[in-house]
Design a protein around this ligand. Structure first.
Ligand SMILES: Cc1ncc(COP(=O)(O)O)c(C=O)c1O
Length: 400
């Protein structure tokens, strides 16, 4: 039988994209994964078992049903209490929606608010999972200037006015990652958050706050969440269990006003997220939240310090600089203007060190002289070794 021909049948949206096979370099600083050594596999299994042992009939019945569209009630209650106590956000289980990762939460909000051709402002360098979703829905993403503390409020207002002047519309929302930002590692101070809230009220622009790295702080105190600084319902707050525990769980969440939740759920296809994973997380975190945070925080700090030691040795006497985040997973590496880390990326990868060049995170297309280095995944000593290796490859390629 000859093979069936789909050529005239493809939808406009589908493309010939390659399958996403993630290739890993020997020293993989390109990833966005938490410390694999500490993933609490037995803790999660025990957590799941504790839920089953507590009420087998209830659990078996819930497993036989499709999950509630907002996800498991007990995990929603736990999560609402968690962000009320550690982020000061007034919410409850009915105002919380569990999703298939925070990526789904971001996607639902984008769909609830944005039409093709709309504008969304983000940080100048920003997580590409969200910019990919925005472009999938034909939304224009405009990066607003940032420094080592994140968005610059005055520039943010200029960006709003530029969109208004150039296109005759206001942006539909601000998407921001204010805590241990991906990719720069920056954390936005409270004073700037307050200024940005005022600007957003002035123009009627909601904030989508993506706080997925907040649990990964290894030094100092978190800045207050946007969602705790504003009680008008303007802020939509997104979180995740991917960085607190592991992305393989595929569980994240958002909380927002009831009208936003209803709109977001109106574009959601299918039921709530995986019930099995929700039991494991709920059972595990109810007795281990603080332990879990401190296990990750301890190792993340050691890994960051090991990477920094490598950077200080490998790039001493060069014009390279790097951020020193107090949490999260990433260091932002920067060379002088004119250096092109994007151009050499594949060659460096083939020689054993993976990173993501800055332009991949830049809606406005800049950042070739920058790179995101993830310190969270590789073992402590490989963070050091890999950076020493990176320095010698860069020397070889005349990058430094
Ligand atoms: C800022 C940010 N938001 C959302 C996500 C998506 O995470 P998940 O869907 O696993 O919760 C990531 C993943 O790296 C991220 O960095």
């Amino acid at each position: 039988m000859s093979s069936f021909n789909f050529d005239s049948l493809w939808s406009e949206k589908s493309t010939d994209a390659d399958r996403l096979i993630t290739l890993h370099a020997k020293y993989d600083f390109a990833v966005a994964y938490p410390p694999f050594e500490e993933v609490p596999m037995y803790g999660l299994i025990d957590g799941l078992k504790s839920k089953v042992d507590a009420n087998l009939e209830k659990v078996a019945k819930e497993m036989a049903y499709y999950p509630h569209v907002q996800g498991d009630e007990s995990l929603r209650e736990f999560t609402a209490n968690k962000i009320a106590s550690d982020r000061g956000i007034k919410t409850d289980k009915d105002s919380l929606v569990l999703c298939n990762g925070s990526g789904e939460a971001n996607g639902l909000i984008i769909q609830a608010l944005c039409d093709p051709g709309d504008y969304v402002i983000t940080e100048q360098f920003v997580y590409m999972g969200t910019t990919k979703q925005l472009s999938y829905y034909n939304v224009n993403t405009i990066g607003s200037p940032m420094d080592d503390q994140g968005l610059i409020p005055e520039k943010f207002e200029e960006t709003i006015n530029k969109i208004k002047n150039d296109h005759g519309v206001l942006p539909k929302m601000l998407y921001t990652i204010p805590e241990h930002q991906n990719p720069t590692g920056s954390t936005l101070p409270k004073s700037r958050r307050l200024q940005i809230i005022d600007i957003c009220h002035k123009y009627g622009i909601p904030i989508l706050e993506d706080d997925c790295y907040v649990d990964n702080r290894f030094e100092g105190e978190a800045e207050p969440a946007f969602a705790s600084l504003d009680d008008s319902g303007m802020v939509i707050y997104v979180g995740s269990f991917s960085k607190l525990i592991a992305p393989g769980l595929r569980l994240g969440f958002f909380t927002a006003s009831n009208e936003v939740i209803d709109r977001a759920l109106s574009v959601k296809v299918g039921s709530g997220p995986n019930q099995f994973a929700a039991y494991a997380i709920d059972g595990y975190l109810r007795s281990n939240l603080e332990q879990q945070k401190s296990n990750y925080d301890k190792i993340l700090k050691e890994k960051k310090e090991s990477m920094e030691k490598g950077l200080e040795e490998a790039f001493a006497g060069t014009k390279a600089s790097w951020s020193s985040p107090l949490g999260g997973c990433y260091t932002w590496f920067e060379m002088t203007d004119g250096t092109n880390l994007a151009e050499v990326r594949d060659e460096v990868f083939d020689r054993g060190v993976g990173y993501i060049a800055g332009d991949m995170f830049a809606p406005n297309g800049d950042g070739q002289n920058m790179a995101r280095l993830c310190f969270a995944f590789e073992p402590i000593e490989k963070n050091y070794e890999g950076i020493i290796e990176l320095g010698s490859i860069f020397k070889d390629l005349n990058v430094i």
